[in-house]
Structure formats: structure tokens, C-alpha cells
Design a binder for this molecule. Structure first.
Ligand code: ASP
Length: 337
């Protein structure tokens, strides 16, 4: 079929069907009758609530760093990048940045993305030898006509941009990998599944929202494997009119439901950040009998600064920095049996 016709037909059938499906489940949830492209009602915004920084897991120092950067007047994106850099540089964190666990062949490769309040975004995937990949993703956004750079291309770009080349495999990670190789079984374990990505969302003093997401991906992944974290819409999504969302957990499952985009779209339809995170988890568990074997967790924030979070299994927490208070909050979960 001629390409143009195919696209036209697809928009009348496939895409139409896809929209129909999401609308009907949205209706069940909200009893709203139409797709909202603008926020349903203008959210009452109290600027004195800002700034706010939230992030996945108990990354206390990273979240505090972002909160302090926001208080010092930095914009939401720069604060988020400064915040996640704390974990990228933390050698003890085996799931983000330098010190991250390698793939099955011993290569540490990192993925990251950023999205700003104008809706611009940048991403890098499968990058070896450079620690601050969220900052690199921002460079892709600002300095190239592209959104995503992968592998060698991203590494060459990092060099040109003046990023410092480093060996990302620490002695501890190498030893753990050598130990793993003795009986190389790929078996993620819930909550310690060796994948605690940092996804961070910030609202600055002006009320603008941006985010960053950075990871070394699943430990002992196949060479070349990329998960949800650097995929805009899956690991992270921000719409400055509505809010933002970020994900952590089994990337393959998050990608199948484009979870972060879904959460922002649900919030656009008037749903709270908490309900939106719950619905995004429901989409996964309702279609996947294997949910008992993996963790997925989402965090979200709306334009008014209300936050939400939800996960499949107990054990996930999030951080929230507001009014100079950096708080760790346990997150409600689906699997209560
Ligand atoms: N979502 C990440 C990935 O699949 C891992 C994680 O969040 O822990 O690469």
C-alpha cells in the first residue's frame, strides 16, 4: 500500500481504535465523556507551595540536592539534573551511573533522558564511559537537532561536549559480576532486582515542571538492552500545563503501557496524581499474570504540586522535598495478598 494511504487508513482504524480503548477505560475510571487536550479545569495553584522536588526510592541526598538547587533559584530542569547526578556519581549505587552493574559481558552502559517545561526533551542510551548521562541528555536536547543518541554516537558526542571519560566498572561491581558469572542466571528479585533507577520531577519557584531519569538498567542485562528509563513517555514524561510522571522497575513492562505518558494524560482528564499512578499500575497487572514476579513503581506530580505514587509490591518509597523538608514516604502497593 502506498505510504500516504497507509498512514491515512491507520489513522482511521488502528489509531482510532487505540484512542477508543484508552477513552473507554478512562470513562470507567472517571465517568468523563470526552478526551481532554487541555486541563479539565484550571487547577488552583498556590505558588507558595513551590519549589518541590520528588524522586523515586529513598535517594535522600539526591532529592535534597535538587531541593536546595531549586531554593537557590535554579530552574526545574537544572535542579533535577543536579539532583540525579548525586546518584550517578555515587559509587555505592549499583543501579545508576558509575558503579552500576554491568551487562552479561561486563560492560557498564547507562541510559537517561530529560524533559523540560517547554516540552523539549533529550535522551541517551547504551552509553559507556561517561557518568553524567542526564546532563548529556540535556546536551542532546540543546545542541543537536535530535532527541536521542545511542551507543558510540552518544559517546563521541559526550567527548566533543567535554564530558570526562571514565571507567564505570568499579572493583566491587566487577567482583559481583564475576561471582554472578559462576552460575549466570538472569533473575530479577523484587525491590532488590538490581534496578533502582532515579526518576526525578521538580517544580521551580515559578511553577514550571521538568524532570530527569537515569539508570544503568537491569543488572547483567543482554548487551545492547535498553529499558524504559531513557524513553520519553515511558520512564519520564512532563507536560508543564498538567504535571509529570516517572517510573522505575521492570522496564519492559513499563514500555508496553507507556506508563509515564499515560499518567500525565490521565491527570489531564482531571484525575489526581495518586489515582493516575494506580491506574497505570492496573494497566500492567490486569494484562500480565506474571506481575507477582516483578516490581513497577510510578511517581507523579501535578501542576498544583500534588503528588502521588503507587507500585505493585510493598517496599517502594519516594522522596519529597518541600518547604525545606526532605521526606521519605512509603508508597501504597497493589499486591496485598
Ligand atoms: N526501569 C529500569 C530499566 O528497566 C530499571 C529500574 O528502574 O530499576 O532499565
Amino acid at each position: 500500500m502506498e505510504r500516504r494511504k497507509f498512514i491515512k487508513n491507520a489513522s482511521l482504524t488502528g489509531v482510532g481504535l487505540a484512542v477508543g480503548t484508552s477513552v473507554s477505560s478512562c470513562r470507567n475510571l472517571t465517568e468523563k465523556k470526552s478526551i481532554q487536550t487541555k486541563p479539565k479545569e484550571k487547577m488552583p495553584i498556590d505558588i507558595s507551595n513551590f519549589p518541590i522536588a520528588i524522586c523515586t526510592w529513598g535517594f535522600v541526598k539526591a532529592n535534597a540536592k535538587a531541593g536546595e538547587a531549586l531554593l537557590s533559584g535554579k530552574n526545574a530542569l537544572d535542579a533535577a539534573i543536579e539532583g540525579v547526578a548525586v546518584e550517578e556519581e555515587n559509587l555505592k549505587n549499583t543501579t545508576v551511573g558509575k558503579g552500576g552493574a554491568p551487562d552479561r559481558e561486563g560492560n557498564v552502559t547507562l541510559d537517561a533522558c530529560v524533559m523540560d517545561s517547554n516540552g523539549d526533551c533529550g535522551a541517551v542510551v547504551c552509553v559507556g564511559g561517561y557518568t553524567n548521562v542526564a546532563a548529556l541528555a540535556k546536551k542532546v536536547m540543546e545542541e543537536t537537532p535530535h532527541v536521542m543518541l545511542a551507543g558510540k554516537g552518544a559517546e563521541e558526542f559526550a567527548k566533543v561536549q567535554g564530558f570526562k571519560k571514565e571507567n564505570l566498572l568499579t572493583d566491587a561491581s566487577r567482583k559481583a559480576w564475576e561471582e554472578w558469572k559462576k552460575s549466570p542466571e538472569y533473575k530479577p528479585i523484587i525491590n532488590i532486582e538490581n534496578h533502582d533507577t532515579i526518576g526525578m520531577l521538580c517544580i521551580d519557584k515559578d511553577g514550571d515542571i521538568a524532570g530527569a531519569c537515569t539508570t544503568s538498567g537491569l543488572s547483567y542485562k543482554m548487551k545492547g538492552r535498553v529499558g524504559d528509563s531513557p524513553i520519553i513517555g515511558s520512564g519520564l514524561f512532563v507536560d508543564n500545563e498538567i504535571g509529570g510522571a516517572a517510573a522505575t522497575g521492570m522496564g519492559e513492562e513499563i514500555m508496553k503501557t507507556v506508563g509515564s505518558f499515560l499518567i500525565v494524560e490521565l491527570m489531564r482528564n482531571g484525575i489526581s496524581p495518586q489515582e493516575a499512578c494506580e491506574e497505570a499500575v492496573n494497566r500492567i497487572v490486569s494484562k500480565n499474570d506474571r506481575y507477582k514476579d516483578f516490581q513497577i513503581a510510578y511517581i507523579a506530580i501535578n501542576k498544583a504540586g500534588k503528588t502521588g505514587a503507587y507500585c505493585i509490591h510493598q517496599g517502594f518509597s519516594m522522596m519529597k522535598y518541600q518547604n525545606k523538608k526532605n521526606e521519605r514516604m512509603e508508597v501504597d502497593f497493589f499486591n496485598k495478598v
